[in-house]
Ligand binder design. Sequence first.
Ligand SMILES: NC(=O)c1ccc[n+]([C@@H]2O[C@H](COP(=O)([O-])OP(=O)(O)OC[C@H]3O[C@@H](n4cnc5c(N)ncnc54)[C@H](OP(=O)(O)O)[C@@H]3O)[C@@H](O)[C@H]2O)c1
Length: 279
Amino acid sequence: MIVVTGATGNIGRPLTRTLAEAGRQVTAVSRHTAAVPKGSRHVAADLARPADLKPVLDGAEALFLLLSGDLHAPGSSPADLIGEAAACGVRRVVLLSTLGVVTRPFGPTRIAMRALEDTLRESGMEWAILRPGGFASNALWWAESVRTRQVVAAPFGDTGVPVIDPADIAAVAAACLLEDRHAGGVYELTGPEVITPRRQAEAIATALGSPVRFHELTREEARAAMAQSMPAELADDTLDILGSPKPAELRVSPDVQQVLGRAPRPFADWAARNIAAFR
Ligand SMILES: NC(=O)c1ccc[n+]([C@@H]2O[C@H](COP(=O)([O-])OP(=O)(O)OC[C@H]3O[C@@H](n4cnc5c(N)ncnc54)[C@H](OP(=O)(O)O)[C@@H]3O)[C@@H](O)[C@H]2O)c1
């Protein structure tokens, strides 16, 4: 049995489906009860309480570990999740980390994530670490304004990064969970090309079959909008990446191709598959 955490999110949903279609028993974990694909079962549990995971992990052969940002806050103990998995006899763990541990290693969240990577490496279990850059699904931030006003409002319209389709992260995660050859693998995951917000808006318009206007926000306007749904520190951090990506954040990684034997999918592909959110 394979345990998938974050199972109802952008990565977890396609990962759960892929593993179930591969004929594996899957336990899909998130806090809120949700329908899951045939062949899998859902268990409601909060990763902020690692001891609650014991009944889930007992008898599991492998674990996909995805932590939301607040689990890196002072006082939380994600390392205990790895300890719990090892104590329960889990053989293999695939950890969703972030490219930021390499490109911007000094923020508190990334220091905590790097420490978690180290805990996993020293756990005695088999491991693989996934370090994705920005997600194509971050474009869902624009879904409501596209639906209601046919507008994408974003800062830094002509500065892009090679965003990755979460379905490709899921496909790499599935390979790492199912295939022995990825033990000890550390994979940097990006899309196939740098794409700017302005070109993302064009791809959404093409998928919709109707015009979408691009409206460039100032950094201050974007910060004010983001601060409504995330801590100001995280908004500043995200804006630093979006506005001034470092060379390592612009690099197109070969790792998706290497693991899957095919190129990562372009943003237009993600937009076409998720266009219902923008209608
Ligand atoms: N977005 C980016 O550009 C980017 C870049 C690099 C790395 N990342 C990392 O990617 C991850 C997000 O992946 P995603 O987009 O697939 O996630 P998502 O769509 O935001 O979904 C999050 C999933 O985690 C579950 N969850 C959240 N808090 C939980 C908790 N305390 N206990 C148990 N389950 C919990 C959610 O379900 P419930 O709410 O029902 O619990 C949901 O299933 C984060 O770790 C982020 O740091 C993101």
